[in-house]
Ligand binder design. Structure first.
Ligand code: 6GU
Length: 225
């Protein structure tokens, strides 16, 4: 899977994909993330990517031309299955959406800034609009990094232990159970006995019950329906 991210602040996206699981995914050839500076597609000396809103009001609007140029240049190189726009008025991102997107082919992610993009960008190019929650960020970049991370780690082969994504919180609709490592006793705080017992079936049963208990306590909304 290749993900092309279009932004006016490429510096915000230089860090996340050069490290850890995301870097390993890239090194293994399982995922490829490329960041594009929208300004490279702007014309004129000023390389302007935004303009005043028709009708007035505070805030600038991202213009259609540089975005169209960038998306069309990418599409001339390869096929894309989704063109995603990161915006606080998009559909709220969750694990279900991450699972669905991890099965897709190539994607373009456009990061919104200022007062957002000219509505005609959305009409002409965008296939999906995503928000990461009900709060406002300065731009879509950090949200795009969140979505990209959640998707890439689900691509088969990216994680070392193939089962570890399967036991994530939310993956089965429940929060993950508590986990422990050595020492078995830390200043009188003992690890639950069953985890030391070696009885795999009992351990799985304990983990399932702990997951249900934790979900009931912290996120009862997940258990509705
Ligand atoms: Cl995708 N963008 C911005 N600017 N703010 C957000 C968001 C996205 N998702 C939640 N807040």
């Amino acid at each position: 899977m290749r993900i092309d991210i279009i932004t006016v602040v490429p510096g915000l996206l230089e860090g996340p994909f050069a490290h850890s699981i995301l870097k390993r995914a890239e090194d293994k050839g399982l995922a490829m993330v490329r960041v594009h500076n929208l300004r490279d597609y702007a014309s004129g000396k000023q390389k302007q990517v935004d303009d005043y809103a028709f009708g007035g009001g505070a805030g600038m609007v991202m213009s259609i031309e540089p975005i169209a140029k960038c998306i069309e240049a990418l599409k001339s190189e390869r096929d894309y299955e989704e063109v995603i726009y990161m915006t606080p008025d998009g559909q709220t991102f969750d694990q279900k959406m991450a699972n669905a997107l991890s099965l897709k082919g190539n994607m373009i992610i456009l990061c919104g800034h200022y007062k957002g993009v000219d509505e005609r960008v959305r009409q002409k190019f965008i296939t999906k609009e995503i928000s990461i929650g009900d709060y406002v960020l300065s731009g879509g970049e950090l949200a795009a990094a969140v979505v990209t991370d959640a998707i890439i780690r689900l691509i088969p082969g990216v994680l070392n232990d193939e089962t570890s994504a399967l036991t994530d919180s939310f993956q089965d609709g429940l929060l993950a159970p508590p986990v422990y490592t050595r020492p078995a006793d830390y200043e009188g705080m003992a690890v639950p006995e069953v985890l030391l017992s070696g009885h795999q079936a009992q351990i799985e049963q304990w983990r399932f019950e702990a997951s249900v208990r934790r979900t009931k306590e912290r996120r009862p909304d997940l258990l509705e329906g």
